[in-house]
Design a protein around this ligand. Structure first.
Ligand SMILES: Cc1cc2nc3c(=O)[nH]c(=O)nc-3n(C[C@H](O)[C@H](O)[C@H](O)COP(=O)(O)OP(=O)(O)OC[C@H]3O[C@@H](n4cnc5c(N)ncnc54)[C@H](O)[C@@H]3O)c2cc1C
Length: 460
């Protein structure tokens, strides 16, 4: 199949990786200048890069029960082994960077803030089926905590969440683009509108594919709202969901209004990067606090990502003093040795969220949309992608499947524009193959590697 993907964030790159390995001819459009992490935004020119670059990459299905329901926890639990498989395959393909680490995570609370921690534990206990599926948090006494993570303040209440993990978000995004060679990456290309089998690309016109995928995150909002994101607002602007959540249906292939994911909004999040040579932390730590949920995520190179604020605002301007003070004070209270850390980077981005703060997948012939991954995008993406591809297989067997009558050339067909010429063809010359995607965990070579497409193009 010829597949056009709008958006090269977490979902877009994972889908491209998975679909191209299954032998599909994949073209991805994204306004970003290239595959790597962009410069941070400034007051006059806020960054509009993928939220996935800003994310700390925590994979915490149990700890996220503080913010989400059992369905999210289950999807997240499935994703852990899927990410491990992706990382192993990218490394087998030549990626040298550490992409994934799984040493569990810690949930900690100061004595006065035990209520928040107990709520997460109670959520697990109140769902016996879930408690049977996920590993239980293990309470740690003072000595056990000191042995596990000596840098943490003595006196913290702590629970080990075994098997929780982290993805090195920037390196993983980069690796998915660089080590997925059989994809035509169209950087600097903005998709203005998506309809079944057609992507309307700014400056290029309408591009036809067998299937189009809309994974533009916050960029899938109407153009007027997208433009508003690039403006600077010094005051947070409250954005209220306008469409009731029952207007959306999840992932069952029902036909709903395909024009957009209604009520899509951005939720501001801010992170701070510290450099602290000599401070040892093996695993992500989440500090439960009545007002903030602050995590400290160790990264290679003595770096620590401190995050993240969660503000109902679509303001992309730089990190506020208040957020910076609160995040860093909380991190310092958990790891006193961070006092001498150097602040090396601060970043703001918008989490794509729908009115119910849950992910939604929409299918119809020739079109797949996934959005609303909110604060769990890294946690959920592999399971959502796996489910979507399974659904795609089912649909492609039906009469209205994503395959239109096949074209002789195998090239993407330019659509004539009203009163104009035709659009430029930006796809690879693909080889038609009917092979279905392989499970993630499977290493290339076990059942035979997918054949490369005849040409590989890389934009910029
Ligand atoms: C501060 C912060 C911390 C986070 N921490 C975590 C965490 O620890 N764990 C976790 O699981 N999740 C975390 N998240 C959430 C996670 O980053 C998001 O849920 C995830 O990035 C959503 O993935 P996506 O692919 O839908 O969107 P994105 O990653 O935002 O990607 C969307 C892509 O679409 C492109 N695009 C936009 N408009 C257009 C257009 N018109 N045409 C073509 N392309 C377009 C964008 O350039 C971008 O590349 C965090 C988010 C933030 C902001």
């Amino acid at each position: 199949m010829r597949i056009g993907i709008a958006g090269a964030g977490v979902l877009g790159r994972l889908l491209a990786w998975r679909l191209s390995r299954a032998g599909h001819a994949v073209t991805v459009f994204d306004p970003a200048a290239g595959p790597g992490a962009p410069d941070t935004g400034s007051l006059s020119r806020p960054s509009t890069c993928a939220a996935g670059f800003t994310a700390a990459g925590m994979l915490s299905p149990v700890a996220e029960l503080d913010n989400a329901g059992p369905a999210i926890a289950r999807l997240g639990w499935r994703s852990l082994s899927l990410w491990r498989g992706v990382a192993e395959e990218l490394q087998a393909a030549g990626c040298g960077a550490v992409l994934f680490a799984q040493h569990g995570s810690l949930m900690v609370a100061h004595g006065a803030d035990l209520g928040a921690a107990r709520r997460v534990l109670a959520r697990l206990e109140s769902a016996p089926a879930l408690a049977a599926e996920l590993p239980s948090p293990q309470p740690l006494d003072r000595a056990a905590l000191a042995e596990l993570e000596p840098a943490l303040a003595p006196g913290l209440h702590a629970w080990l969440l075994p098997d929780e993990a982290q993805v090195m978000s920037r390196d993983m995004l980069q690796a998915l683009a660089v080590h997925t060679p059989n994809v035509h990456w169209c950087w600097g290309e903005r998709v203005e509108r998506v309809e079944p089998r057609v992507l309307h690309v700014l400056g290029d016109g309408a591009m036809r594919f067998d299937l189009v995928v809309d994974v533009r995150g916050v960029g899938a909002q109407s153009p007027a709202r997208s433009m508003a994101h690039t403006s600077v607002r010094t005051q947070p602007v409250e954005v209220k969901p306008t469409i009731p959540m029952q207007a959306l249906q999840h992932t069952k292939g029902e036909r709903i209004d395909s024009d957009a994911m209604h009520g899509l909004r951005g939720v501001r999040g801010e992170v701070i990067w510290l450099h602290a040579p000599g401070v040892r932390l093996q695993r992500p730590v989440r500090l439960l606090h009545p007002r903030h949920r602050v995590y400290i995520v160790p990264r290679p190179g003595d770096l620590f990502v401190i995050g993240a604020s969660e503000i109902e605002s679509e303001d992309r301007s730089p990190v506020s003093l208040r957020s910076a003070v609160e995040l860093m004070a909380a991190a310092h209270s958990a790891i006193p040795e961070l006092a001498e850390a150097r602040i090396v980077h601060m970043e703001t981005n918008l989490r794509p969220a729908l009115p119910d703060n849950e992910p939604h997948t929409h299918f119809e012939p020739g079109l797949l949309r996934i959005n609303g991954l909110f604060r769990h995008g890294w946690l959920l993406a592999p399971a959502l992608v796996e489910d979507a591809i399974a659904q795609l297989e089912t649909m492609s067997r039906g009469p209205e499947g994503p395959h239109p009558p096949s074209t002789s050339s195998g090239q993407a067909k330019p659509l004539p524009q009203a009163g104009e010429g035709v659009s430029r063809d930006r796809t690879n010359a693909p080889t038609e193959r009917s092979s279905l995607p392989r499970p993630y965990g499977e290493r290339a070579g076990v059942r035979g590697s997918p054949e490369p497409t005849p040409e590989t193009h890389q934009n910029h």
